[in-house]
Design a protein around this ligand. Structure first.
Ligand code: MN
Length: 200
């Protein structure tokens, strides 16, 4: 919380008034899911938190069916502007392969009492949190939990909560395979990139 706003807060009961409590721009943080055709195809799920993109690699992608758990392997924090990256990482580089912006939008914390970014970061470190996604392909509540007794601290599970956005008949990973940013398929992104390289 921003201490410069002490005067503002001391004059108000923000719980009752419903006015902004401050501490952020009011802009909701971004999420992105990047489909990444590396040595194994996977979906990089990234949340804007603490000035970086907190990241997990989800081999099967996220499900829209309530309770259907998907493995999510925590990976290193990425810079915020990585959310706009769609293109090709050269073969011999780390993560070499095509990257597509499969879905993006904003998210909010969903746990009771979890109102600020700091609260959510604490829950993440504790290994369990819920968020509400507002994407083009994925909406609604999702829970993430670090696996207990796993081989590695990096192993988490992500699953859809049972809410109005849950729908077991949808399977956007297969029915909506293309980029929300450009409409391109993985193959088209790769082709465009190699065309660019031969021109340049
Ligand atoms: Mn990746």
């Amino acid at each position: 919380m921003n201490r410069k706003l002490a005067d503002y807060r001391s004059k108000r009961n923000l719980e009752k008034s419903g006015e902004p409590r401050g501490g952020s721009s009011g802009r909701k943080p971004a999420f992105v899911i990047q489909k990444h055709d590396a040595s194994n195809l996977h979906y990089d799920f990234r949340l804007e938190l603490g000035g970086v993109l907190k990241s997990w690699a989800v081999p099967k992608g996220l499900s829209t069916a309530a309770g259907e758990k998907r493995l999510a392997v925590r990976t290193e924090d990425h810079p915020l502007d990585y959310q706009n990256f769609e293109g090709r990482i050269p073969e011999r580089q780390y993560g070499g392969g095509t990257v597509m912006i499969w879905d993006c939008g904003t998210f909010s914390p969903l746990d009771k009492g979890c109102d600020s970014e700091k609260d959510l970061l604490e829950r993440l470190e504790d290994g369990s949190f819920k968020i509400w996604l507002r994407g083009e392909k994925l909406q609604g509540g999702y829970a993430m939990a670090r696996m207990e007794n796993a081989d590695s601290e990096a192993q988490w599970l992500i699953f859809k909560l049972d809410d109005r956005a849950a729908d077991g008949r949808r399977n956007p990973v297969s029915s909506e395979p293309d980029s929300v940013r450009s409409g391109r398929s993985l193959g088209e992104i790769a082709e465009d990139e190699s065309a660019g390289e031969s021109r340049g």
